[in-house]
Design a protein around this ligand. Structure first.
Ligand SMILES: [Zn+2]
Length: 294
């Protein structure tokens, strides 16, 4: 599987075994590592990349996750997608979980490299399981339990939080009309270029054959002229005369055949030249439309 070939982000495997999947993947849950807690010292603290990985390893019998993305875009794979991880109450069986290192307090911004890795990863996941952006869920919307911290009642899960750019994510992961125009135009341009290349080869081939036919015609005409110029012999026998006539007729027949071939070749050539002109005009139009789209 090709992973992040165009990205500078580091990808590491820290394998954790999950349980076998029995249900198809139907949702992808986005988390932030920071969140609500009764302990005010731990409340909305993102933790560090390595710290979170260690936390998941220490507690792997209780909680687990498929992916963790650091603020700088580095990615860790833990539980394989083919296995169930435990990251969201009641929705683990049919989901993939992604943790983002973030305080999850609605203030801590999600940096660009982190979002870039997330979008690349999500694009692959959505396409692998034929899902759309409607299958992306926040942990907050799937878990509505509350924490009772003495007199204080707070929502247990609010991640990834208000600072997470859902609109942008959906925009970037939705195949829009402009994208589709670019894709279809590029496909048409490629097909036309391939055709033009084939036609140019065919044209070159036809020109070579035409040249040979014209050269043969010149040779035949030279032979005919040379025969006409043979000095008249007084004592030409009937047989000699017959042979001479046959030879002249044969040369003339060859010249006629070559002329017919020349006409055919010129017609065929003209067809290819016209087709190439049309294809070039279409290419210019497609490129202009493409430029207008971009
Ligand atoms: Zn969460």
């Amino acid at each position: 599987m090709l992973f992040f070939t165009a990205s500078a982000a580091e990808v590491r495997n820290v394998p954790v075994t999950g349980t076998p999947r029995k249900e198809p993947i139907k949702q992808v849950v986005i988390h932030a590592t920071g969140g609500a807690s009764c302990d005010s010292n731990r409340r909305f603290q993102s933790g560090t990349f390595n710290g979170i990985v260690a936390h998941f390893l220490r507690n792997k019998n209780r909680i687990s996750i498929h992916y963790i993305i650091d603020r700088n875009g580095d990615l860790i794979r833990m539980v394989p997608e083919s296995q169930v991880a435990y990251h969201v109450r009641g929705h683990n069986m049919n989901s993939i979980g992604i943790e983002l290192i973030n305080n999850g307090d609605g203030l801590d911004p999600f940096p660009e490299p982190q979002l870039a890795t997330l979008i690349t990863l999500l694009r692959e996941i959505l396409s692998r399981y034929q899902l759309t952006t409607s299958h992306l869920k926040s942990h907050a919307e799937l878990d509505n339990a509350y924490l009772h911290c003495g007199k204080l009642k707070i929502k247990r899960k609010s991640d990834p939080g208000a600072a997470f750019p859902w609109q942008r994510l959906i925009r970037e992961l939705t195949p829009n009309r402009a994208n589709l125009i670019v894709v279809t135009h590029n496909a048409k341009i490629n097909a036309l270029q391939k055709l033009l290349h084939q036609w140019t080869e065919r044209e070159t081939h036809l020109r070579i054959r035409l040249k040979a036919v014209l050269s043969d015609q010149r040779d035949a005409k030279t032979a005919l002229n040379w025969s006409w110029k043979q000095p008249y012999k007084a004592q030409t026998t009937a047989l000699e005369q017959e042979q001479y006539d046959l030879r002249m007729a044969s040369i003339q027949e060859t010249i006629d055949q070559l002329k017919r071939r020349e006409t055919e070749l010129r017609l065929e050539l003209q067809g290819f030249i016209q087709a190439k002109q049309n294809a070039k005009a279409m290419l210019r139009q497609l490129r202009a439309k493409l430029n207008a789209t971009l």
